[in-house]
Ligand binder design. Sequence first.
Ligand code: SF4
Ligand code: SF4
Length: 238
Amino acid sequence: MVSYYIIKRPKRFCLQKLISTERKYYLMSTVVEYICPDCGTLLMHDNPVTLESMKDVHIQLCAVKRQQSMAAQAIKPTAAAQKPSVTQVQKAAAPAQPTPSMASPPTAVATPTLGGDTTISLSGTGTNYSKAEGPIDPEFKSKRQVVGSFQGIKVWGPIDPPGQLGIWGTQVTVDYDICIADGACIEACPVNVYEWLDTPGHPGSDKKTFMAREKDCIFCMACENVCPPQCVKIFQKG
Ligand code: SF4
Ligand code: SF4
């Protein structure tokens, strides 16, 4: 008398249907079953102890399980090899040391705002208003005096803040009483020399282009050429 079944799942075989069918048998008898999670083999027996033994033997002999185990063993060393070492991680975390060939050109690195001496105030109580027409006087350095500085940038008088602000800068100079704050010079500058400076109360515009990083200037003349009212004058060193 056959007291147990070992049913292999054939190709294109509906296991669920089989289980359903066999469960009918199970309901009519005391047969218990085990389905291998790896290969799908269905083990059935009416003695649970015997079925447990069958299950143990099958687990040891299951070809699919063995193949999966071998595949996992083969993958493990590969994964370990791909895992970065502590040294590699530390190297990746460390900032890259620029080599001479990798170093950025000086034109691409903007220095921070100077933050130098400031001896003038933009929020004065002056009554002179000096909205002027361009262009900037290219000879202003021989006609005006330095009356102070703002964050280290020279200011050429006369000034009477907030309505009269004079000409600012040494190499990169802008006549603030002409500037209309359209931003063309900021857009044109390839090395980010300029930034906006609020100048509330000035009749020309309530902000100006401040040459905060004029030492970065590469004298490309772009800002001088694009300025609509021609209030920019670039003086090359030497
Ligand atoms: S001359 Fe060229 S680099 Fe210098 S401030 Fe003008 S746009 Fe910038
Ligand atoms: S381009 Fe001339 S007017 Fe326009 S923001 Fe610059 S300095 Fe002022």
